[in-house]
Design a protein around this ligand. Structure first.
Ligand code: BDR
Ligand code: CA
Length: 315
């Protein structure tokens, strides 16, 4: 007798690594039920992230998944994008056809609010893979949903690895620090996959070959996406492969034992331009600020890639 799948909403700015995360979720119906995918502006503008989200669902043969467009800019700051990593479309690499499945008419933030109000309390987990604009907007607009969210499992921030977009900040938090601040102060149970974890989830040649060897369309796409964004990250970090950030969020829901972390206090820098968006994580417990997040620090990378291969091969 297994538990019923966990209900999730994936909030995302695809992005090749977002795409792999979505494919992992869609390949794992016994573990997660995707109630909807909400797109947000981040890696590329919203018009592309919502389009990319539909392309990914179609690639998985899941035209039934509800895809929504959410916020097209951060709460107060100007949008910063990352075409220099992900390419002009956000999913550069393989040739991709235009999506045919429709975009839902409802705004992504309204979908998040309505879903949390209608599902039984504490049965829906939010999985943000991009800037936290949609999530913070939902919390601000409908504070009654705060107590109804089971958990937020997000990719963002860093402590030991510090920053990837500025010397002090990770991209998702940097793009909308005000939104991140609202989420981290909300009191909702939060699990964080920071760069400290994702920089250990590297796409080595062998791991990418495993995707290629599947002989399926999703396997080939994942290999080609990885080939594309690896170039930038391998040059930047001098590493053997690039970090596959966002799939860590979904992998945690399926195999939490792959990850290790600490329940600590995490505050977001929203004042200083120099360190804007820094996740000030009290890893060593040097303050008496109350813990507000499970901040991960380590991953069994072989276990993570074995899971990815197993689940994506099913699609
Ligand atoms: C995060 O930023 C984006 O470029 C990736 O998709 C990931 O969510 C890593 O800093
Ligand atoms: Ca992302």
């Amino acid at each position: 007798m297994t538990d019923s799948p966990r209900k999730i909403i994936i909030d995302t700015d695809p992005g090749q690594d977002d795409a792999v995360a979505i494919l992992l979720a869609l390949g794992s119906p016994e573990d997660v039920e995707v109630l909807g995918v909400t797109a947000v502006a981040g890696n590329v503008p919203l018009a592309l992230t919502e389009r990319n989200a539909r392309i990914i669902c179609e690639l998985a043969g899941r035209t039934d998944i509800l895809v929504f467009a959410g916020c097209d800019r951060p709460l107060t700051r100007k949008l910063v994008t990352a075409e220099y990593v992900h390419g002009k479309t956000g999913l550069d690499g393989p040739q991709l056809a235009d999506p045919t499945m429709p975009l839902q008419e409802q705004h992504g933030v309204d979908f998040i609010i309505d879903t949390l109000r209608h599902e039984p309390p504490n049965t829906v987990t939010l999985c943000p893979l991009g800037p936290l604009t949609n999530i913070a907007t939902a919390l601000q607009r409908a504070p009654d949903i705060i107590d109804r969210i089971e958990q937020i499992v997000l990719m963002g921030g860093a402590y030991f690895e510090v920053g990837n977009v500025t010397p002090a900040a990770e991209f998702n938090i940097y793009v909308d620090p005000q939104a991140a601040d609202i989420v981290f102060k909300s009191g909702i149970p939060i699990v964080v996959m920071p760069l400290d974890v994702t920089h250990k989830a590297l796409t080595t040649e062998e791991r990418v070959q495993a995707f290629r060897d599947m002989g399926t369309e999703p396997g080939r796409m994942v290999a080609e996406w990885t080939d594309f964004f690896e170039r930038f990250d391998m040059h930047k970090y001098g590493s053997n492969g690039a970090p596959l950030h966002d799939p860590c969020v979904i992998a945690y829901l399926i195999r939490p034992e792959l990850f290790q972390g600490r329940q600590i206090n995490v505050e977001i820098e929203t004042q200083s331009e120099l360190t804007m968006g820094m996740t000030v994580a009290d890893w060593w417990g040097v303050t008496d600020r109350p813990a507000n997040a499970m901040f991960m620090g380590d991953v069994d990378a072989d276990g993570l890639f074995a899971l990815l291969s197993e689940r994506i091969a099913r699609l």
